[in-house]
Design a protein around this ligand. Structure first.
Ligand code: UDP
Length: 314
């Protein structure tokens, strides 16, 4: 069976990916520093004999995971409050962590997948965002610690692919939500869900006219899985093109949670992208992939999970 190292394996996306690979019969080793990941996310994975967890920061020399078929590099703070709280760690994992994991993949003759982000497009002047768009990023603003870190990680991944003939892939992940987001993650969906379930007003930054396009986590993981099976390597968007304003997202959360809509408008964030929507033509062509879970259904499932996880008591 194939064997993968998943860095950031205890994170929101990493843990879902580990479970999916295990379900497909893979052997999986997960590394995570637990800076923003949580061991509890791996409760199901850790019941599988084919799974190993190692608490490790991938910016430091890597422990030996043995032979590998894939290195899937998902380690990084990803929520704006997390990367703003950990700016240097974010830059280190995008630079040193990507370098070390690429070297490991090269050494083992393994394929490599970089979890990149729609943030590489910055505040985009091309809409929806297609992979050939180079982006509009403030290189020195507070968000640059994430945006530029991932842009550098992409450059490194593509250079390793070209220089060493490696099977090195880049996926640009658009906003994703679902079970296992942290209650204090700080992103719009967990904030709005936690606030709604505990009877507090939802915090909308700015006037709420900015847009995002939100993908349910299971759809995204299906896309990752398919991407490993095709020959193509270039940067590829994965996300759900169902675009909504943040104000509308807040309304939908209140509706799905069946609570009265309460909104508190707070100051806009610095360099907050005004629009975001993936062009997923490429993923359709390469993988035959498109998301299948609507925003309403995904929010309903996420809210149900959050209720079970006790978010309403917070
Ligand atoms: N946002 C908001 N209230 C919140 C959290 C986020 O209005 O409590 C806004 C944020 O300003 C951004 C959008 O929702 O315009 C998406 O933010 P999120 O942090 O979820 O993801 P991002 O796309 O910024 O990485």
């Amino acid at each position: 069976m194939p064997k993968a190292l998943v860095t950031g394996g205890a994170g929101f996306l990493g843990s879902h990916l580990c479970e999916r690979l295990l379900a497909d019969g893979w052997e999986v080793v997960a590394y995570d520093s637990l800076l923003t990941g949580r061991r509890a996310n791996l409760a199901a994975a850790e019941r599988e004999p084919a799974f190993t967890f190692v608490e490790h920061d991938v910016t430091l020399e890597l422990p030996d995971p043995g032979p590998l078929d894939w290195v899937l590099h998902f380690a990084s703070p990803a929520s704006p409050p997390d990367y703003l709280d950990h700016p240097i760690e974010t830059l280190r994992v995008g630079a040193l962590g990507t370098m070390r994991t690429l070297e490991l993949a090269r050494d083992r003759g393994a394929g490599f997948l970089l979890a990149s982000t729609s943030e590489v497009y910055g505040d985009p002047s091309v809409h929806p965002q297609v992979e050939t768009y180079w982006g509009n990023v403030n290189p020195v603003g507070p968000r640059s610690v994430y945006d530029e870190s991932k842009r550098y990680a992409e450059a490194l991944t593509m250079a390793y692919g070209r220089t060493y003939g490696m099977n090195a892939k880049v996926v640009r992940i658009f906003n994703t939500y679902g079970p296992r987001m942290r209650i204090d993650d700080g992103r719009a969906v967990p904030n709005f869900v936690a606030q709604s379930l505990s009877g507090r007003p939802m915090s909308v930054y700015g006037d709420g006219s900015q847009t995002r396009s939100l993908c349910y986590v299971d759809d995204l993981v299906e896309g990752f899985r398919r991407y490993l099976d095709v020959a193509e390597v270039g940067p590829m968007n994965l996300g759900n093109p169902e675009e909504v304003t943040i104000l509308h997202l807040a309304e939908l959360v209140a509706e799905m949670a069946e609570v009265p809509k309460q909104i508190e408008f707070l100051p806009a964030l610095v360099d907050d992208p005004t629009v975001r929507c993936p062009d997923i033509t490429l993923a359709g062509r390469w993988l035959g992939w498109r998301p299948s879970v609507s925003l309403r259904d995904g929010l309903r499932r996420t809210i149900e999970w959050a209720r079970d996880a006790g978010w309403g008591n917070g």
